[in-house]
Design a protein around this ligand. Structure first.
Ligand SMILES: [Zn+2]
Length: 224
């Protein structure tokens, strides 16, 4: 059972289409498994639709997935569109239970690869056509611990598979975890299986261009 959900403000912004794409991807992936938040978003959409009824500017989309993908397509020109491919076996996980939007994003950028960050952490950056957030998959191997880290911006994490814990709690599949700037934490995957997470970390101000160097604060780890 999912215990940690995005707060209403995020869901409202998502429902009215004003949420930044980087975060929208995480919300979309959370909604795919969370009927509770789906219901909320539907009702926020209805409210938004009523408010907008007079000026027909922003049609409320029932299919937020298609809407989000359109937004990504419009803003982010992926270098080449290539036919679908399956993930190479060398990569940490097969993709069968990825959220729909993640599978889609992986296919859009077939050249991207998993990168080894440390003994227990691998990362796969996602090209999302925006540069406000660094959006990436992180795989923490079972029992593995990510070095204690801090970040200058917000850090949002969705557990895609497995579970991890830190001083504040245990987070399982579907949980949406928010860490504020300055909140130091040290995620540890459960012993029995790898933990796969999708995260969006507010990019530091100095980061320009989403093709820039990979400097996700989640990854630029301080020795603990
Ligand atoms: Zn939820």
């Amino acid at each position: 059972v999912i215990q940690y959900h995005p707060d209403d403000n995020l869901l409202i912004e998502f429902a009215n289409g004003s949420l930044d794409i980087g975060l929208g991807i995480l919300i979309n992936a959370h909604l795919e498994q969370c009927p509770h938040c789906q219901t909320k978003v539907k009702s926020f959409e209805r409210i938004g639709g009523n408010l907008l009824a007079a000026n027909t500017q922003a049609p409320v989309s029932d299919d937020c997935f298609a809407y989000l993908m359109q937004k990504i397509e419009r803003q982010g020109r992926s270098p080449v569109s290539q036919p679908a491919r399956t993930l190479a076996p060398s990569e940490p996980q097969d993709a069968p239970d990825y959220p729909k939007i993640i599978s889609k994003l992986l296919l859009k950028n077939p050249k991207a690869r998993w990168q080894r960050i440390s003994r227990s952490l691998r990362a796969h950056r996602l090209v999302t056509g925006q540069n406000k957030y660094e959006v990436a998959l992180h795989n923490i191997c079972s029992g593995g611990q990510v070095s204690e880290h801090d970040h200058s911006g917000m850090e949002y994490t969705l557990v895609v598979r497995g579970s991890f814990s830190d001083a504040d709690g245990i987070y399982r599949k579907g949980d949406f975890v928010v860490k504020h700037p300055g909140q130091v934490h040290r995620p540890t995957a459960s012993q029995n299986e790898d933990c796969l997470c999708l995260s969006a970390v507010e990019a530091p101000v100095r980061l320009t261009g989403f093709l820039g160097k990979l400097i996700n604060p989640f990854l630029s780890i301080r020795p603990a």
